[in-house]
Design a protein around this ligand. Structure first.
Ligand SMILES: [Zn+2]
Length: 199
């Protein structure tokens, strides 16, 4: 336990995902020893991200406008939509350069243990997007783990009556892992080899 501000910083850092008490302490002392200008830049970046960044009204991706860059890009194919859990998955897929359609960011995956059901995800918004029939293929690129698979199956069943092609990324992705940790080549191949999801 440290005095005042140092402990305050350690406590705040410790609330971040993946930062345990030891890391929080290490980061706090790194900041304490750092150049004041560097610390000011970090603080400004934290405030700026909260002030400027919001979520795209169409797909739920992070955006600095009402719509994100991908939704605003007229060269992107609007008939194919790739469903992902988080914005970081959009970044991972964009890196492969395999996909020229649009995205839909769910904001997580179905997880009964964590109390996350379909209503907590942007599924209603997805159904609204699909309603006019202009989207003909839905690629479900949720993580290759239990929650991601459950979400994929749920979505496939839900949209089945709409008669569009629902595909899932091919195997080859590390099972139980996170999409964002897959290397570009593996993820690119999984995209190419996507298969129809039959439920
Ligand atoms: Zn968007």
């Amino acid at each position: 336990m440290y005095e005042g501000a140092v402990q305050g910083l350690i406590d705040e850092l410790g609330r971040l995902p993946g930062v345990g008490p030891k890391s929080a302490q290490r980061i706090a002392f790194h900041i304490l020893a750092a150049d004041p200008e560097d610390v000011r830049r970090l603080a400004a970046a934290l405030i700026e991200v909260k002030e400027k960044v919001r979520f795209c009204t169409v797909c739920g991706n992070v955006a600095e406008d009402e719509q994100c860059q991908i939704c605003r890009d007229p060269r992107r194919d609007p008939s194919i939509v790739c469903v992902v859990e988080e914005s970081k998955d959009v970044v991972a897929i964009e890196r492969t350069r395999e996909f020229r359609g649009r995205y839909h960011v769910l904001g997580g995956a179905i997880s009964p243990i964590e109390g996350i059901g379909p209503d907590e995800l942007r599924i209603k918004e997805l159904m609204t997007r699909l309603a006019d029939g202009s989207i003909t293929e839905l690629i479900i690129a949720t993580d290759p783990n239990l929650e991601g698979e459950a979400t994929a199956t749920y979505l496939a069943r839900l949209v089945k009556p709409m008669g569009l092609n629902v595909t899932r990324l091919a195997s080859g992705l590390p099972v139980g892992g996170d999409l964002e940790y897959a290397d570009e080549v593996t993820l690119g191949r999984a995209f190419e080899g996507r298969r129809l999801l039959d439920v």
